[in-house]
Design a protein around this ligand. Structure first.
Ligand SMILES: Cc1cc2nc3c(=O)[nH]c(=O)nc-3n(C[C@H](O)[C@H](O)[C@H](O)COP(=O)(O)OP(=O)(O)OC[C@H]3O[C@@H](n4cnc5c(N)ncnc54)[C@H](O)[C@@H]3O)c2cc1C
Length: 160
């Protein structure tokens, strides 16, 4: 049987990561992004400039093969400083000891690294196109956007 092409709507953080994972398992992948290609045009959606990436996120990025290039720009954050009404400052550590940190990583750099890796893995990327505008109704569609967690829960077959 012919391996079905998987179409992914949305090239935010999850779309390209999923594209890489599917390519690692041998699926042809087409990735659509409604906005312009952020590698060529500066795209702002009003979100945070940096993301906090934890051990779980690092594991996913390692599996996608992009953590080694991002590790150098990640800034370890050991905790947060709380400003009390009294003027006192209190440090609240994120981890149980100094080795447990979360990492501040540029959202754009992370997104670009994932997009580059998805294309390098063989995913076909199309920007400035809403998937719903271009898809034939018979095509398989995995909808990946912030409001749809269901797609993320689907089981993937093992890597070939
Ligand atoms: C202010 C803020 C701060 C955050 N901070 C953190 C943090 O520190 N650490 C952390 O882990 N998470 C953080 N998050 C959460 C994180 O941003 C999301 O979990 C993550 O972006 C979800 O990725 P996604 O790919 O599902 O969705 P998105 O990143 O929202 O990407 C969805 C993409 O789909 C595109 N799209 C939508 N519909 C279509 C369509 N029909 N066709 C084609 N493309 C389409 C959109 O243009 C968009 O590019 C934060 C979120 C916000 C709002």
């Amino acid at each position: 049987m012919k391996t079905p092409t998987i179409t992914i709507a949305g090239a935010g953080l999850v779309g390209p990561l999923l594209a890489i994972s599917l390519r690692q398992r041998g699926f042809p992948v087409v990735l659509y992004e409604r906005r312009a290609d952020m590698r060529r045009v500066q795209v702002s959606d009003g979100r945070s400039i940096n993301l906090a990436v934890s051990a779980r996120g690092i594991y996913a990025l390692q599996q996608a093969g992009v953590w080694s290039e991002l590790r150098d720009i990640a800034i370890p954050m050991r905790g947060r400083l709380m400003h009390l009404l009294t003027g006192e400052l209190i440090f609240q550590p994120y981890g149980q000891d100094e080795s447990e940190v979360i990492n501040s990583v540029s959202r754009a750099a992370l997104n670009i690294a994932l997009l580059d890796a998805a294309e390098a893995a063989g995913a076909q990327f199309t920007s400035s196109n809403a998937a719903s505008d271009v898809l034939a109704p018979t095509m398989a569609l995995l909808c990946v956007c912030a409001t749809n967690n269901r797609a993320r829960k689907q089981r993937l077959p093992p890597k070939s």
